[in-house]
Write a protein that binds this ligand. Sequence first.
Ligand code: NAI
Length: 333
Amino acid sequence: MAKIYTDDDIDLAILKGRKVGVIGYGNQGHAQAQNLRDSGADVVIGNRDDDYGQRAAADGFEVMEIAAAASAADVLLVLIPDEVQPVVYEKEIKANLKAGDALCFASGYNIYYKQIEVPEDVDVIMVAPRMIGEAVRNLYKQGLGYPCLVAAEQDSSGKAMDVALAVAKGIGATRLGAFESSFEEEATIDLFAEQMLWPAITKLCMLYFEKLVDNGCDPEIIASELYLSGEFVEIAKAMITEGFFEQLNLHSQTSQYGQLSRGERMVPAEVRAQADKAMEGIKSGAFAQEWAAEQAKGKPTLKKLWEQVRKHPMAQAEKNLESFRKIAAKAYK
Ligand code: NAI
């Protein structure tokens, strides 16, 4: 079992006297920067001149150009989208790193796939919250933690993991726990969910919708039953409170029998083979190459795929239920 670090294992003193630069003030940037500041760290923001930079200034931070923040900081958190990190790193960060700095990522992708290569005298660490940014901030304010993965990929200082853990504590994650992991493991887990688990769930939901429509059921009632009712959310919550399998006890026995007796049929050998194929693409780097080529072309396939899903009859049913959805959404804000 992976080691789990909590607050008591970690000394924040390693951040004392060191400037923490947070590049980006978006989902993760705004949350991690404010949490670190509230934990006593000396934080500056590096952001281009846009709405995010203005928000950081309004929140009372010193906001610099990215290159200036990279130069001023001793510990630099890279919290801009993964897709733009390699270019921003080459143009604005790399030349401003100095020996002994720590470069901290919230995702394993760019380091694992060598889209970013860092000088040997700089620590390369990862503090990857398993939580959306808004919740990273809200949980911190409530005194609660959230899961997080930490890693030290390049340990030039001999203290790289201590710095990673201090960041994890500063952002409030280790009130719950940080798992010791690696850039490879984080990227693999993330990509496999994105390429196997979530698309399978989405496609099965679409199949459920299509088959019920074919069998004379009303599209809007199906959309409501499927997700607008919030049943999905309640099941996910019960997986935490009751346990992944034990939450089945909250359903009728008819439901329990249906789920347990039919589940295996839904994952035939072809599905298992496709899961292996997705994993191969992740491990070989073939997916990372395909995605880099797609981005270089201006993402034409991604645009086409979006057009396709927006034409699905379930999207129409959702439009017809716009006001219903807005009221339902209030329960989950
Ligand atoms: P985001 O999309 O919210 O980033 C917005 C920020 O990036 C803004 O400050 C904007 O000024 C800056 N930015 C955007 N394009 C730029 C460009 N071309 N040049 C310079 N700055 C640019 O990013 P998010 O979602 O916070 O992700 C940051 C990192 O956190 C990523 O590595 C991501 O994988 C990781 N992460 C994100 C989670 C989430 O909740 N979204 C959860 C866990 C990890």
